[in-house]
Design a protein around this ligand. Sequence first.
Ligand code: FAD
Length: 462
Amino acid sequence: MNVSVVLFTSDLRVHDHPPLRSAVAGGRDVVPLFVRDPAVDRAGFAAPNRLAFLADCLADLDRALRERGGRLVQRSGDTVAEVCAVVREAAADEVHMAAGCSAFAQAREERLRRALEAEGCRLRVHDAVTTAVPPGELVPQGSDHFAVFTPYFRRWAAAPLRTPLAPPRAVRVPPGVRSGKPPSRSAVPGVSPGLATGGESEGRGRLAAWLARHGDTYEQRQDDLAADATSRLSPHLHFGTVSAVEAVHRARRRGGAGAEAFVRQLCWRDFHHQVLAARPGAATEDYRPRHDRWRRGPEAEADLAAWRAGRTGYPLVDAAMRQLAHEGWTHNRGRLVAASFLTKTLYVDWREGARHFLDLLVDGDVADNQLNWQWVAGTGTDTRPNRVLNPVRQGRRYDPDGAYVRRWLPELAGLGAREIHEPWRLTGRDRAALDYPEPVIGLADGLARFRAARGAPADPGG
Ligand code: FAD
């Protein structure tokens, strides 16, 4: 037997792909395999935007493999059962895959290892495929993970990274392995109209073009909402169509403060992944319980509905939420302000917000979404858990002339910089002509309620 199976999961690329490169080494035949598993859907990952983006990624991966003489075998069903079936069909003796960090990925890997053992087949799990530094590789004294970002970043920045791998020149797939019908983006209902295109070609092109155009200025412009100058690589990193290792290498090679600031953001991604790998329960449970008794009932439901619809009466929050609905993506500063508003000003459970984000985000990722939500809610790794972002001040600072708000809230398009972040200040006919809601709550009232609920002074975070 001289056949390997490569199970693709969140690593849908041929460049810098250790499992694929190991599998083809020594001239072995390879079955590149992707399994569309209903259990992934049941675990809450099957949002239309991600399914549509995934369809692009699979089509592009299949194309890249065909250029090398191979193809992508696609199956539907239980991952473990399908991998075992392919192992039998191809008479394979080893399966390669990338390590995952969620509870779901860890359990899948364990089940697969046991099932393959029974088939007489070896599972080889590769690190540093979906993250730059593998979760668990860097640990502080006396703990199994870093709970604070800055010391993690210091260690991470000094850690050696593996060298990015070239794609294999040829991929030889043994005959007779059945493949199901590939998914099609156009067949997915409910996709955001402005959803980005997926796939490795798109992701690699974006990384190169973005580093060339914005790599030098990222540090100054990463929070400028209207400039839209961030990389928008998050869906590509989530689906692995861009390698995190390669992104770090390329940014470092470019050098400069902008590229270094970008690398620091990539470290945030690894940071959250190492927290989740060590504490898989943090996907649903408070990482640091604050004994919150989140608001429930009809009033809280109404506030949540207004937040989801982008109708809170706070322009920056609403603009971020409308962008999210339209594109399946929104700017980090918008995510921070919208999440702070829901969890602190409205005092609604972070899990409600995280669920809504996961329903829409094309980059929706258990580690990055849930742990960022916890960070903002103050139940996570933020060392200032009671900071509250003021959407008016944030608007003035990060969208000073209101261009971002005007882009997403056409009903405010006629307002000038002075009133765009506080439309309630308009009076008379100007106010009456505006089809825009009054604020769902006054900011001072929200702050007072949050302070009382946490039993601690709220930290006006800006
Ligand atoms: P850039 O500014 O270009 O940054 C480069 C890369 O660094 C990003 O693509 C991303 O992979 C990583 N990164 C940047 N900031 C963070 C961060 N705070 N945490 C983790 N990684 C980061 N990111 C996701 O990838 N998936 C999510 O589900 C997700 N949910 C979020 C929920 C909330 C409430 C908040 C506040 C943030 C969330 N983020 C999430 C982090 C961040 O907002 C996005 O990664 C970023 O906006 C993506 O845009 P970009 O690719 O242009 O980022």
